[in-house]
Design a protein around this ligand. Structure first.
Ligand code: NCD
Ligand code: ZN
Length: 343
C-alpha cells in the first residue's frame, strides 16, 4: 500500500503562537488538519474568553487563502479564573481549559500552584461539561525529571479524576507506561493525546552523538519501554488515545542556547510522522481512527468529511524554515520524511 487516504485529521494539541510566528507556522497545520485544539500559553496567557475569541480571529486572518481550517480555542486556567468565565467559555464554543502546573513548561508561570485552589473551577467545569486538558507533570525539584509524569498521575491526577467523577479530562502528550495504563484503567471521560516524537523517539535521541536541543520538549522523551507503551496505545484502536502533535515552535536561537527552550516543531510533518510510526508498526489501518475520529468523538464534534491523501515517497526536510525574522529548526531537519501529503 503506497497511498493512504485518511479522513481529514484533527490535531488535538497544537501551539500556534502569535504575530509573525503564527504567520510562519499556520499553513503547515492548515494543509494537513481540518481543526486543531490550540493551546493558550501565549504571552500574556489566554485567560479570558474575549482574549480567546480575539486570538481565534487572528488565526483566521493569518490563514492562507482557500485554507479550510478551524481553530478550536481553549482557556488558560489560573487560580483566579471566575466561574462566569468558564460558563462564557462553554457558551462561546471553547473546547477546553488547559491546566499548566506553574513552572512545568514553556509559559506556565501564570499556571496553577496548588490543585486544591482550582477545585471550585473544576466543579463548574464538571457541571457544564467543559473538558480539562492537563499538562501532567509535577514541578517538585526533588522529583527526577523523567519521573514527573508518573508522579503527577499518582499524586494529583488519579485523585482529581476520582473527586470529579463526571469531569472530562485529557492527559495531554502522554509519555509513559504509567500514563497509558492510567488512561486505560480510568473511568469513562478520561483520554490522552499522543505526539509524534513520543511515538518514535526515546530519550537516547537527546544525546545522539552530542546534545540535541531540537529533541528537547516537555514532558521530556522517556526510556524505550515507555516509547513502546505509547506506540502500543496509539495503534491499539482504543478511542481514548488520539493525535495531538504538541508542535511547539521556538526560534533556532532560543533552542540552541545555554538554556534551550522546551518544544519540538513537527507541524511540517504533522501527519506524515504518525504515518511512518504506524507503518513501521504494521498498523496503518489504525491511523484513520486515531487521527480523524477519536479526538472528534471525545470533544463531541462532528467527524470531518473531507479526505487527505498520503503517498509513501521520501521528501527531504529543510535544515531550517523561516520564522518571522528568525529561523525554525523542524523535527528531522536535514533528513527526510517517508510519507508526503499529496492531496
Ligand atoms: C510547549 C511550548 O513550547 O509551548 N513546549 C513543549 O515542550 N511541549 C509547552 C508544552 O506543551 O508543554
Ligand atoms: Zn503543548
Amino acid at each position: 500500500m503506497d497511498t493512504l487516504t485518511l479522513t481529514r485529521p484533527d490535531d488535538c494539541h497544537l501551539h500556534l503562537r502569535d504575530g509573525p510566528a503564527l504567520a510562519a507556522v499556520l499553513a503547515d497545520s492548515a494543509r494537513r488538519f481540518a481543526r486543531a485544539v490550540v493551546m493558550p500559553n501565549l504571552r500574556p496567557p489566554v485567560t479570558t474568553v474575549a482574549a480567546a475569541l480575539a486570538y481565534g480571529e487572528r488565526i483566521r486572518a493569518a490563514l492562507p487563502t482557500g485554507a479550510d481550517f478551524t481553530p478550536l480555542l481553549t482557556l488558560y486556567l489560573t487560580e483566579a479564573t471566575p466561574a462566569s468565565e468558564l460558563r462564557a467559555a462553554k457558551a462561546a464554543g471553547l473546547v477546553g481549559v488547559k491546566l499548566y502546573p506553574a513552572g512545568a513548561t514553556t509559559h506556565s508561570d501564570a499556571g496553577v500552584h496548588r490543585l486544591e485552589a482550582i477545585h471550585p473551577q473544576l466543579d463548574v467545569m464538571q457541571d457544564i461539561d467543559l473538558p480539562l486538558l492537563v499538562h501532567g507533570e509535577v514541578t517538585d525539584p526533588k522529583v527526577d525529571v523523567f519521573d514527573r509524569e508518573a508522579v503527577f498521575i499518582e499524586r494529583h491526577l488519579a485523585p482529581l479524576v476520582a473527586r470529579f467523577p463526571a469531569l472530562r479530562v485529557v492527559l495531554e502528550h502522554v509519555t509513559t507506561r504509567e500514563g497509558v495504563e492510567f488512561v486505560r484503567a480510568a473511568r469513562p471521560g478520561v483520554a490522552a493525546s499522543i505526539t509524534p516524537q513520543h511515538l518514535s523517539l526515546n530519550r537516547g535521541a537527546l544525546f545522539e552523538g552530542g546534545l540535541r536541543p531540537h529533541h528537547y520538549c516537555l514532558p521530556v522523551l522517556k526510556r524505550e519501554e515507555h516509547r513502546a507503551a505509547v506506540l502500543a496505545a496509539a495503534i491499539s484502536g482504543d478511542p481514548r488515545f488520539f493525535l495531538g502533535t504538541d508542535s511547539a515552535p521556538h526560534a533556532q536561537t532560543a533552542k540552541e542556547s545555554a538554556c534551550g527552550c522546551a518544544g519540538i516543531y513537527s507541524a511540517h510533518g504533522g501527519i506524515e510522522l504518525y504515518a511512518e510510526a504506524f507503518d513501521a508498526a504494521g498498523a496503518l489501518d489504525k491511523l484513520d481512527a486515531f487521527a480523524s475520529r477519536h479526538g472528534a468523538d471525545f470533544y463531541g464534534l462532528p467527524r470531518n468529511t473531507g479526505t487527505l491523501m498520503l503517498r509513501r515517497e521520501p521528501v527531504p526536510v529543510p535544515d531550517s524554515l523561516p520564522f518571522g525574522d528568525q529561523r525554525l529548526v523542524p523535527l528531522r531537519a536535514g533528513g527526510q520524511l517517508a510519507w508526503q501529503v499529496v492531496a
